[in-house]
Ligand binder design. Structure first.
Ligand SMILES: [Zn+2]
Length: 316
């Protein structure tokens, strides 16, 4: 089900690690096997009548909106930005995996590396980064926003941006640019290279999920990279994507290539991958736990023997 190279070995190790509670390993095993007790799965086995997402339904009902045309409650859906009931949990899971990886990579760099990881926090966006010396040495704020303008005006508005645009179209594009965020940045001032790091969780059902995410992330960085290249032509800017599948797969060769680019000590790469996969698996468990709690309406799962009653008399 997972491709040979897709961290299957690591996942196998995690799933058979006796130190990790059985309940956590079982949930991930179910996700890998495709039988997480979603409405979609329960409908398929005749335990439910409708596959529509129960979490999205609750959110829409609370807003007094129609519940027609609900997305199917699949493992992919509850792990996607499309599920309104899971948004907060997913965001937290995403940030915790990335924070851990970013800090671990930073700590595992070759001691003599000239490539400096930039420490980012919740407030970091293009506007706050361009107050810092190391960024101002790349180009000035004025040069950057001038080049960004040409690109921003070509990027269509999202529905949610309409009101702000109508209020003041002139400053909208400038503010949208300065409000853009980067997941990570590493700068080599000697070689004049900037790596823009991006972290994505993705469905790992499809072959080539790396490429899909590249296309999705494009708009986000189109204006940042484009503006930087135009404002600081003597510098090189390169994007590095870290992608994990939502069932815990990490493409090992791809991961190692990226670590090498970021000057990570060769001897630390295996441990970095193992720790990363563990973080991804733990985050997956928190996501599924939150999902189960929500569909059970706050009632705690009952345990029968070593099995867990997830409602609808289905024991997993
Ligand atoms: Zn949903």
């Amino acid at each position: 089900m997972l491709r040979q190279d897709a961290g299957r070995f690591m996942l196998g190790k995690y799933l058979s690690d006796k130190k990790i509670p059985w309940r956590l390993r079982r949930r991930l095993g179910m996700a890998v096997a495709g039988n997480t007790p979603t409405a979609s799965f329960l409908t398929k086995i005749g335990k439910m009548q409708s596959a529509g997402c129960r979490l999205c339904k609750t959110v829409r009902e609370a807003r007094g909106e129609s519940t027609d045309g609900l997305a199917d409650e699949t493992h992919g859906h509850i792990n996607s930005a499309g599920c309104e009931g899971m948004a907060t949990t997913l965001m937290a899971a995403h940030h915790s995996i990335w924070r851990h990886l970013y800090d671990s990579m930073h700590a595992a760099q070759k001691p003599k590396s000239k490539l400096k990881f930039v420490t980012l926090d919740k407030e970091s966006n293009m506007s706050t980064l361009w107050l810092r010396e190391e960024f101002l040495r790349i180009c000035s704020k004025e040069e950057l926003v001038e080049k960004a303008w040409d690109i921003e005006v070509t990027i269509p508005l999202k529905k949610s941006q309409g009101t702000r645009y109508n209020l003041d179209p002139g400053s909208f594009y400038v503010n949208r640019f300065w409000g853009r965020r980067l997941d990570g940045v590493a700068i080599n001032e000697t070689l004049k290279i900037v790596y823009i790091l991006e972290f994505k969780r993705s469905t790992d059902r499809d072959e080539g999920f790396l490429e899909v995410k590249d296309a999705e992330a494009h708009e986000q960085h189109k204006s940042i990279i484009g503006a930087l290249k135009a404002a600081a032509p003597e510098w090189e800017f390169e994007q590095i994507y870290f992608v994990v599948g939502n069932r815990g797969s990490v493409v090992e060769s791809d991961f190692y290539t990226k670590l090498q680019k970021l000057d990570i000590q060769g001897g630390k790469k295996d441990k970095l991958l193992a720790d990363h996969v563990t973080q991804v698996c733990k985050a997956h468990n928190r996501v599924i736990e939150s999902f189960l709690q929500q569909v059970q309406g706050g009632t705690r799962p009952t345990i029968e023997g070593s099995r867990e009653n997830i409602g609808h008399s289905v024991h997993v």
